[in-house]
Design a protein around this ligand. Structure first.
Ligand SMILES: N[C@@H](CCC(=O)N[C@@H](CS)C(=O)NCC(=O)O)C(=O)O
Length: 210
């Protein structure tokens, strides 16, 4: 069974759990507390050079980091990847957009506010992220004026990638259609395997609004 190192409140980890849940792929969940430096230990860095979660150990023992790469690894050849070459490229267009415009603004603010619980300490940084974060949401909203997803059509890895953080952004109403809520609202089920291994708390990912 693939093993996923992650932290519940991380949208990057949530993306992977959400896709795995849709696909019925069981994941063994190993909880890492990045706020306590658990992703920067020598042992973890040996598996993940950037010292970040999510980190996937594939069935053959290979390690894979970066949420987008993991989504592709799990999703390739499934209904979450379009058949048409241009549609695949457009799916990647939105996945790269997520990493460059959404994740650096919305995810980092969320990290300071909710994981570190230190909004006052990071007040200036959070303020600096607000306009670019809203601008990213506006780009998405504009796209949704003429499409029903990212890129549109059947649910794709682009929808999953963007849903990871946008669904819990403060201005989430702006992108309320992102990922077509009804289909996306399915949350990962409890990870019984992870509960068996080491008693670490796993299961339903709870993501609070930013
Ligand atoms: N681009 C990466 C970002 C991963 C990332 O930022 N992970 C955070 C948690 S959401 C982390 O591990 N932070 C701990 C650290 O950087 O030390 C992805 O999409 O997976």
């Amino acid at each position: 069974m693939p093993r996923l190192w992650g932290q519940e409140a991380s949208g990057n980890c949530y993306k992977v759990k959400l896709l795995a849940s849709h696909l019925g792929v069981p994941l063994e969940w190993v909880r890492i507390d990045v706020t306590k430096g658990e992703s920067r230990t020598p042992a973890f860095l040996a598996m993940s050079p950037a010292g970040q979660v999510p980190l996937l150990r594939c069935d053959d023992g290979s390690m894979l980091a970066e949420s987008g790469a993991i989504l592709w690894y799990l999703g390739e050849g499934t209904r979450f990847v379009p058949q048409d070459k241009l549609a695949v490229a457009r799916m990647f267009q939105w996945m790269f957009f997520e990493q460059y415009r959404v994740e650096p603004n919305i995810a980092t603010s969320r990290y300071w506010i909710h994981l570190l619980s230190a909004p006052a300490r990071f007040r200036d940084q959070i303020a600096a992220k607000r306009d670019p974060g809203l601008a990213a949401l506006a780009v998405m909203e504009s796209h949704l004026g003429h499409a029903d997803g990212f890129p549109g059509g059947a649910l794709s890895l682009g929808d999953i990638a963007l849903y990871g953080y946008v669904h819990c952004a403060e201005a989430r109403r702006r992108a309320s259609r992102c990922g077509r809520r009804r289909a996306m609202s399915r949350r990962p089920p409890r990870d019984r395997a992870a509960r068996r291994t080491g008693g670490r708390k796993a299961g339903r990912v709870r993501v609070d609004p930013l």
